[in-house]
Design a protein around this ligand. Sequence first.
Ligand SMILES: NC(=O)c1ccc[n+]([C@@H]2O[C@H](COP(=O)([O-])OP(=O)(O)OC[C@H]3O[C@@H](n4cnc5c(N)ncnc54)[C@H](O)[C@@H]3O)[C@@H](O)[C@H]2O)c1
Length: 436
Amino acid sequence: MRVTMIGAGYVGLVSGACFADFGHQVVCVDKDADKVAALNRGEIPIFEPGLDDLVESNMRQGRLEFATETARVKDADAVFIAVGTPSRRGDGHADLSYVYEAVREIAPLLSSKAVVVTKSTVPVGTGDEIERILRELRRDADIQVVSNPEFLREGAAIQDFKHPDRIVVGTDDIGARNVIADIYRPLYLNTPPLIYVTRRTAELIKYAANAFLATKITFINEIADLCEQVGADVQEVSRGIGLDNRIGGKFLHAGPGFGGSCFPKDTSALLKTAQDYGVALRIVETVSAVNEQRKRAMARKVVTALDGSVRGKTVAVLGLTFKPNTDDTRDSPAIPLITALQDLGATVRGYDPAGMEQAKPFLPTVTYCNSAYSAAEGADAVVIATEWEQFRALDLQRLKGVMAQPVIVDLRNIYRPDEMKRANFRYLAVGRTGVD
Ligand SMILES: NC(=O)c1ccc[n+]([C@@H]2O[C@H](COP(=O)([O-])OP(=O)(O)OC[C@H]3O[C@@H](n4cnc5c(N)ncnc54)[C@H](O)[C@@H]3O)[C@@H](O)[C@H]2O)c1
């Protein structure tokens, strides 16, 4: 099959490389000329484990190309739209301007039997509007519009794309279903369920999935707050409830609140859709509000660890991305945490294995360091904000040796209190009794 991806970001690039790896002929079109030039030089603009090898081998075998010219859609059997749908400034609706702009650009160039597939996360009814635009601009053609939302997670994107729990295909058109089924056929060996639904249902499945996962995280975060007050351990509560198959253990890790390029904007966009249709989604509303407050409130933990004030003190923050194995800092909980610490008078040193360049525009006054130990130099406290693998086995004696005082605030619960006690650290975690 000939596939064109519009947008070569986290989703477009991973999906395009994986489709090429399935054996399809793929062109990824992006309007960012620098990104396309870098990709054509074999440089991967994002940090995603395994992506460099996948891209390199599929380019070498002639199945994967990168271009800036939208004209490359003309022979495609399917054109996937994978452009960004950020929160619209001011009202929290999904900003669909990139999607509609892409549709208007490709409309005159599409073959008359093309299938346009929305992979971007878009509110219910967006497919209808795309169809309306295409009908208006291409009266001659019979172009089908399908919703095929993407569920991959950054940091495990290739694994997720190649071993999905399900593939959701939203269309009533049998021909379009067959095109999508052909594209995903190599995955049938792993028998992931292909779920055929209407386009509106497919669009809503994506938002409902993200809102549900955000709810799980927020639920356990509030239980963590209660654990701290009653002397229980949230890690054990998570395990105790997560082993129940009806609940499941995933997304039950207490921490500084959810962030990233999807959950915050998608919960907000879902709420706006619900408002537009006069429906109250009170649970999602609460999840969104509780999470927003939590991120900045994490600074209070550092204040407590430093006897009531961070003014004039130095805090080292380890991990700036919203989760490990990505360079994505969009809506990372580390950002409001750090700005809150700075507002309270702290000097912040930061280190992240992949996301420092991306963090700089949001956090211009942080001192960026080249390792966890150099960030900890002279620090009154080390805060673990992201659970990167390399932070899980820090040399505690070396760390203590460079710090002004031995204090760790572990917002991801990656250490055990007894281990910290042995190493003579003051230790505060989330939802567990700390060590003084
Ligand atoms: N990042 C994730 O983990 C993830 C997971 C599932 C779904 N999604 C959804 O997928 C969509 C894309 O997300 P992303 O993180 O890949 O975004 P991104 O910002 O990383 O990439 C979007 C790309 O689209 C390009 N672009 C914009 N307009 C274009 C146009 N008219 N023609 C060609 N290229 C254009 C941009 O230059 C950019 O490279 C969003 O709707 C997002 O919600 C993201």
